[in-house]
Every structure is written in C-alpha cells, then in structure tokens.
Design a protein around this ligand. Structure first.
Ligand code: 5GP
Ligand code: ZN
Length: 138
C-alpha cells in the first residue's frame, strides 16, 4: 500500500529503529511510546486487520512474541508487559496495517488499561457462546 506509513517503514522510505527483522516480520520502536521501550511487531506484507492474515503469518507473529516480549521486559527492567492490538478505528486503530504493541510495564507507572466490567442478564452469556461457536463453524 503506497500511502501506508508502516509499508513505507518496511520499504525503508521512512526511517525506523529496528529491533528485529526476518523475511516476513519487522519489529521497531514505537515513535510515540505509551512507556519507554514500547515496540511494534508487524507483518511486512500489508494487511489491515488481524482477521485478514493467512494462518502461517499469524503463526509467525505469535512465534516471535515470547522472545520479543522477553527482550522488551529485560531491556526496560519491567515488572510486566501488555500485548495490545487494534482492528478498525472504533478499536483505536490509527495505522491501518496490522501491528502488535509490546508495552513494558512497571509497578505504579500510572498507565491504565482498566475497563468497566459489564454484566450479562441471565442466559445471555450462553446465547453469546452459541452465536460465536456457530460463527466459528460457518
Ligand atoms: P494504533 O493506534 O494504530 O494501534 O497504533 C499505531 C502506533 O503507531 C502508535 O502507537 C504510534 O505511535 C505509532 N506510529 C505512528 N506513526 C509512526 C511512525 O512513523 N514511526 C513509528 N516508529 N511509529 C509510528
Ligand atoms: Zn501497510
């Protein structure tokens, strides 16, 4: 995609601080870190949403996450980390090229991903389970 920022980073048209690269993946420093050490892992090929990825590419992303997360945590001397991923503007996706955020976290760092937990009416949880299980089979 010619107007995609991350495709331009892959092509070397926009500079980036790379931490890992192979034939299908690239990891680089996020320019606007939630916390210092914030890394983005992307497929080199352009896909907008995680749901569009071929299984082997999704697997390649998943295979790299433990080692990359360990490296981020070690470098940041972090107490923990968040893996975060957005799909669509409604979810907060700004760059429409699949990316996984790896964000080092420290006790008391002040950042919060907390959400307000909702509550199902009686039977509603089971209805949702059935809907999703059926969609998975379709
Ligand atoms: P999103 O909100 O789409 O999940 O996250 C996009 C991320 O890309 C943001 O955290 C933002 O800081 C990062 N980002 C946007 N433009 C650039 C860029 O040109 N270079 C780098 N390294 N990161 C970028
Ligand atoms: Zn792209």
């Amino acid at each position: 995609m010619s107007d995609c920022i991350f495709c331009k980073i892959v092509a070397g048209k926009i500079p980036s601080e790379k931490v890992y690269e192979d034939e299908s993946l690239l990891a680089f420093m996020d320019i606007g870190p939630v916390q210092p050490g914030h890394v983005l892992l992307i497929p080199k090929k352009h896909y907008e949403r995680f749901t569009e990825l071929p299984e082997d590419l999704a697997a390649a992303l998943g295979r790299k996450l433990p080692a990359l997360s360990r490296a981020v945590v070690a470098a940041a001397k972090a107490d923990g980390f968040n893996l975060f991923q957005t799909n669509g503007a409604c979810s907060g996706q700004v760059v429409p090229h699949v990316h996984i955020h790896i964000i080092p976290r420290h006790e008391g760092d002040g950042y919060s991903f907390r959400w307000v937990a909702g509550k199902y009416a009686p039977g509603e949880l089971q209805t949702w389970r059935a809907k999703i299980a059926a969609a998975l089979k379709a």
